[in-house]
Ligand binder design. Structure first.
Ligand code: FE
Length: 232
């Protein structure tokens, strides 16, 4: 990269795109003349753009494939899982089906499990608290919860979840009674877990939508409970 030169704090790799697309003044392809980004691309962005163009050029991927993938990622958010939890809280038949045939129920609800992984739904009760970890890396039900938070991927969480789960939960604000059994489950590439947190007291008669707002990402990992009414 010695041929590159510094431009406004970013390293210019010297790469320039081919000429068969609309370009802005920095040479980036675009569809909307006059509405381009006004920042200089950094080295990683330039490299990604160059690789993208090459992959399209060589027919490895279609021109819209990356955009489609980004669009799909943006649809993966914790409110997906929260909608299932809220429905399970209000509809006993749905809850039974979600616990008994989780993957089918998730798919029927319109969510596509990543890597076609299996899914197990674990219900937290006054007697049992489930907590999910991936001790090896960061396996996670992304379709239902979005991308995993950084702490979930940390070595610290991956080890402490196993050795001192109660202490970890306490740090997330969940103080369990001594007689509550803690079950830590280990995800892997073929199996993901969704925790069904306990429905908070004082929510009788609430709509699914209102209940879903109490269901946090962390409560579906099992490191905390759902929000209490009035604190949402
Ligand atoms: Fe993993």
């Amino acid at each position: 990269m010695s041929e590159g030169k510094d431009r406004g704090g970013f390293y210019d790799t010297g790469w320039r795109p081919s000429d068969d697309l609309h370009r802005d003044e920095d040479g980036r392809p675009h569809d909307h003349p006059g509405l381009q980004e006004d920042v200089v691309l950094g080295v990683r962005a330039s490299r990604a753009l160059a690789m993208h163009e090459l992959l399209v050029e060589k027919g490895v991927i279609g021109s819209g494939e990356v955009d489609d993938a980004i669009e799909r990622w943006s649809e993966r958010v914790p409110s997906n899982g929260a909608s299932l939890v809220a429905k399970a809280w209000t509809d006993p038949e749905f809850k039974a089906r979600l616990l008994e045939h989780p993957k089918e129920t998730v798919v029927e609800s319109g969510f596509v499990p990543e890597h076609n992984a299996d899914i197990i739904v674990l219900e937290n009760t006054s007697e049992v608290q489930h907590m999910v970890v991936c001790t090896l890396c960061s396996c996670y039900p992304t379709a239902l919860l979005g991308p995993p938070p950084d702490w979930y991927k940390s070595f610290s969480y991956r080890s402490r979840a196993v050795t001192e789960p109660r202490a970890v939960m306490a740090e997330f604000g969940l103080e369990l009674e001594d007689d509550v059994e803690v079950r830590v489950v280990d995800s892997n590439s073929e199996l993901r877990f969704l925790v069904l947190p306990r429905r908070p007291d004082g929510t009788e008669g609430w709509s699914e939508e209102r209940l879903a707002a109490l269901v946090t990402r962390d409560s579906m990992i099992g490191v905390s409970g759902a929000l209490e009414p009035g604190k949402d």
